[in-house]
Design a protein. Structure first.
Lengths: 337, 327
């Protein structure tokens, strides 16, 4: 088994799928210009030379077109993987994703399918408010889309393969601080991990328990999984046993795993880098309250980015994004109840 | 004067234009009587655009329409019955009652679900064309849009991409002079909002009389041939006029009567009919028989649609995601 970064695992998934299925192709701005970076974060580097620049299509800066062309190509039998560079640009293509991609199957009475992947790098990385957001919740709200967020290399390969083979539009949130690519980011983790050489997929709607515990359940995604694990280590020393669940996919969402965990711990803390109001944690929290409030021994806690645009100044950015300390504080409070 | 097609084609084009006209007329009355639900955006007066553009398309060529899709759909061959049933929201409608008047289509014959976001279909059509190119097929896509859509960002983004990638797509602007109730001249500083922009993308363009089915068909033939040969996109701007309002409850109070009278005199259907008779392509009896047959087919489609069952309620919860098994 090879040890690799998330960027490498994503590249391997895309490469293997392009080898396996000639309808799979990549497109995006700078997706692989010779001498360039291979997307903004190196994921697609080298694929153009390997597969040719018809299947690794460098596009103009035209997000509506990129998304719309993906929709059309998907309808006509291709499997486009579109790279957005920064998830914030999703808003430039909102109509194509929400009114078009998500609704084609339904509006056509189930006769038109749109198998496309939109790759959206996310997360605050001292680039200021427009290259920083975690926008998962906007898309969790859209019936017809799927939303996934791999947090380690093994998941990155398996979930990306599932996304490419899925017959529906899938938005992949990839965290900029988790890529572990050659592009250095302040505060980046490099969660390298073992990735099987062979072909494997990971089904959507299956969360992963990253750490077992019995006192409090934390549900998190992407970078926040790592902060939650760090918090769990700190709390362990205080005698608080924390179970950490990585959501892995947000639409579909694996409520069962959370319910099962909560039935054991009785306490739930949801952590995300998405902002607080209307973040995906609000949905998960209300689902648990609606379906299992009597399993709970304490109110549901949410630790999320404060309701502000993301500021640039490093200490300010650090302040608004959930820190390990904020998670520890919240869980500590729950443990006392 | 355009060169005249063989009899079968000439009559075929007349037949489809007449079908579209009568279909829209019937729907208008059903709507006024309160029998038909929903809203309507009718193409009455613009039939020559649809038929001239689509008559020679192959079944596996694609077509992308707008919120005003009935003419395009019928011209490309979506079944009359499935269209009418969809208008009533019935289970055997072409979208199983989930689409409605603005989303009719039939992917099995290359008709994309009609698109009710102005300009929304443009990049999608380019995407279909890209798929054809990547699969090395010689198919083409015909993409309709209105004069108003030329002011959308999606128009610019799509024209630029189609030009650099030489995509096999024909962009057809049906310039009916109005974006809903706003005259295009108020919102665009160009005589020909689509064709005048074409040189900036280095896409060839033609301005065509959209009420002359033969002129449209000839321009279509040239553009389709270019696309099939891999020479890239063409923009056709068809000058036309809708005889009716933009949508329900639009009495066209913003149009001058003189302007309407001038355009109504250029009605594509009676003018083409006259030509068929003058040229001896068909006799009065032949045409009347054809017209009666079409009207009867429409009567039957309405009767069928009104009697057809609504979809079962639970079906509303299906097709949100693709179900391989059910299709």
């Amino acid at each position: 088994m090879a040890v690799m970064s998330i960027a490498e695992a994503l590249r391997q998934a895309i490469r293997e799928e392009m080898q396996r299925d000639e309808t799979v192709f990549c497109l995006g701005q700078d997706v692989d210009i010779p001498g360039g970076m291979g997307g903004a974060f190196t994921v697609t580097k080298g694929l153009g030379a390997e597969f040719g620049y018809e299947r690794v299509l460098n596009t103009p800066i035209s997000e509506i077109m990129m998304a719309g062309v993906s929709v059309g190509a998907a309808i006509a039998g291709m499997r486009p993987i579109c790279d957005l560079q920064y998830g914030d640009f999703l808003f430039c293509m909102m109509d194509q994703l929400v009114n078009q991609a998500a609704k084609m199957c339904y509006m056509s009475g189930g006769t038109v399918k749109v198998p496309m992947v939109m790759r959206a790098p996310c997360g605050a990385t001292t680039r200021g408010a427009q290259h920083a957001q975690s926008l998962e919740s906007y898309f969790v709200h859209v019936p017809g889309l799927k939303v996934i967020c791999p947090s380690n290399a093994y998941d990155a390969k398996g979930l990306m393969k599932t996304a490419i083979r899925d017959d529906n539009p899938v938005i992949v949130f990839e965290h900029k601080l988790l890529y572990g690519s050659s592009r250095k980011e302040a505060g980046a983790l490099n969660p390298v991990g073992e990735v099987p050489e062979e072909d494997y997929t990971i089904p959507f709607g299956k969360a992963a328990i990253r750490r077992e515990g019995k006192d409090v359940t934390i549900v998190a995604n992407l970078l926040m999984v790592y902060r939650a694990l760090e918090a769990a280590q700190i709390l362990e020393k205080e005698g608080v046993s924390v179970e950490v669940i990585d959501a892995r996919t947000l639409l579909p969402f694996d409520y069962d795993t959370v319910l099962e965990s909560v039935s054991k711990t009785g306490k739930l803390c949801i952590v995300h880098e998405d902002t607080y109001t209307g973040g995906w944690g609000a949905q998960v929290g209300s689902y648990i309250a609606e379906n299992a409030i009597y399993l709970l021994d304490a109110p549901i806690k949410r630790v999320a980015t404060y309701d502000t645009p993301i500021p640039f100044s490093p200490p300010l950015e650090k302040f608004v994004i959930p820190s390990t300390d904020r998670i520890v504080e919240a869980v500590r409070e729950l443990a006392r109840m | 004067m355009s060169s005249f097609p063989p009899k079968e084609k000439a009559l075929g084009m007349y037949e489809r234009m007449y079908l579209i006209r009568k279909y829209e007329e019937r729907i208008y009355y059903l709507f006024l009587e309160g029998i038909m639900p929903g809203t309507i955006h009718q193409c009455t007066g613009q039939e020559a655009c649809a038929v001239g553009m689509l008559y020679d398309l192959r079944k596996d060529d694609y077509m992308a329409s707008t919120h005003r899709p009935a003419g395009h759909d019928l011209a490309k061959g979506v079944s009359l019955k499935s269209m009418m049933s969809e208008m009533f929201g019935k289970a055997d409608g072409c979208c199983k009652g989930k689409g409605g008047a603005m989303h009719t289509g039939d992917i099995s014959i290359g008709v994309l679900p009609a698109n009710a976001i102005v300009g929304g279909n443009l990049p999608i059509a380019a995407g279909v064309a890209l798929a054809f190119k990547m699969k090395k097929k010689d198919n083409v896509v015909v993409c309709f849009f209105g004069d108003g859509a030329t002011n959308e960002g999606s128009f610019h983004e799509t024209m630029n991409a189609a030009a650099i990638w030489k995509l096999p797509v024909i962009f057809v602007c049906e310039n009916n002079q109005y974006s809903a109730t706003t005259a295009i001249s108020m919102v665009c500083n160009m005589e020909n909002p689509a064709a005048d922009r074409a040189p900036s993308y280095r896409i060839p363009a033609e301005v065509v009389d959209g009420n002359d089915v033969l002129a449209v068909n000839e321009a279509a033939t040239r553009a389709i041939e270019r696309a099939r040969k891999g020479e890239g996109p063409t923009i056709l701007e068809l000058k036309t006029y809708r005889h009716v309002g933009h949508s329900r409850n639009d009495a066209c109070g913003y149009r001058l009567k003189e302007e309407e009278a001038e355009w109504f005199a250029r009605d594509p259907i009676p003018n083409f009919r006259k030509l068929l008779l003058e040229r001896g392509i068909a006799t009065e009896e032949e045409l009347s028989a054809m017209e009666s047959r079409i009207e009867k087919e429409i009567d039957e489609a309405v009767e069928h649609a009104m009697a057809a069952p609504y979809p079962e309620l639970e079906s509303a919860l299906r097709d949100v995601y693709w179900q391989e098994v059910l299709n």
